[in-house]
Design a protein around this ligand. Sequence first.
Ligand code: BDR
Ligand code: CA
Length: 311
Amino acid sequence: PRRIIIDTDPGQDDAVAILLALASPELQVEAIMTVAGNVSLAQTTKNACALLELAGREDVPVFAGAARPLHKAPISAEYVHGETGMGGANLPTPRLREQPMDAATHLIDVLRKEPKGAITLVCLGPLTNLAHALTHAPDIAPKISRIVAMGGAQREGGNITPTAEFNFFVDPHAAKIVMGAGIPVTLLPLDVTHRAIATPARLAPIAALGTPVGDMVVRMLGAEDRFEKLKYGWEGGALHDPLTIGWLLRPDLFSGRECNVEIEIEAPLCLGQSVVDLWKVTDRLPNALWIDHIDSDAFYTLLTERLARLV
Ligand code: BDR
Ligand code: CA
């Protein structure tokens, strides 16, 4: 199996991504690192522990990371994910606790012991932890075979400002460091995640599983007061983060372009914007695979089949 470390701010869609990864034998989840984003660090860490308990995977260690972005004041998204970050999930308070070491220190320690290209990083929140690690230990970069991150927006416009996507906007300086580190990156931006809406027709087979995991996913994504239903008039929630795992499992369901992606960190109206050179109008070298198409129905079939394996 491909060895992955998940860096995350659960978060309803983060939760689904984590469950999808845990249910997939092609992937070996070696650790979960948490970061402040959708909700506070204390809460994202607690949620990660609760999810591992739900999946019966207390063997996966959790490392808490950054409580705030590198330079910007923290912002969060309770208005989307609920006060706990896991609105609708109703998970019990976990017994599992995070490890004593912080996430960036753990990442540096682990990667230094590994050969080149040993680990894939799956990034589902603001990129603060990875930026800390790369800043303190640039020698770890070659150890990472690829970063698969949910972040950015171009054609679709932003979801937190008119120009920026949430993860990149929360910590634009971190996103800039990561995009400039010379590590292969696959980006799943809003341009593709907004094509994978959790419609009632796509949630029905998950509801029909009749399992605690299936019920939880449907309660989180299909709720009547779901943010995207009320604000955008959509049929259901957007399922951003699980597309990273979907791409690792079935890249044939996606398409995109190798191109240059830069992160704006100064212009006030465009802070955190991903500036994507889709048409190669600059001589800047490609630094990302920018995914912009998905076979959404096939992805939901895969998700349902995998969630069925978690009872
Ligand atoms: C991203 O922001 C968060 O709210 C989601 O979990 C996802 O990672 C989408 O912009
Ligand atoms: Ca997230």
